[in-house]
Design a protein. Sequence first.
Length: 131
Amino acid sequence: MLIITGLFASILAFIYIKLARNVIKLRRQHNVVIGSGKFKDLEQAIRAHGNFNEYVPLGLILLACLEINKIHFLIVFILGALFVSGRYLHAKSFLKKDMDIEMRVKGMKATFWSMMLMAGMNLLALLVSFI
């Protein structure tokens, strides 16, 4: 059972829904069906949602692999929490009227570090399994 991955996937689903609802709200507000209609706030919301969709699937796959590869639960939890924190900070930076660039950068750093560490741990587990 993928308990830690399930926990973090559920939290990420709520962030995803918040980002999607933000896009829908702005589309209705600006009466735009497709694209951003060149409205800056809608373009920002679309990119926040898109960026989330681009990173979350691979992050969750890496996290699930850690659990399947029987990496210590504390390591899995810490890396999952770092990944979710990164995605949260990045999404939150986009939800502000004037984007918080510092928060966005922190979010991307946490996302990248967590993904690199998860990938490295999975490769290490794979290597150890052959020894």
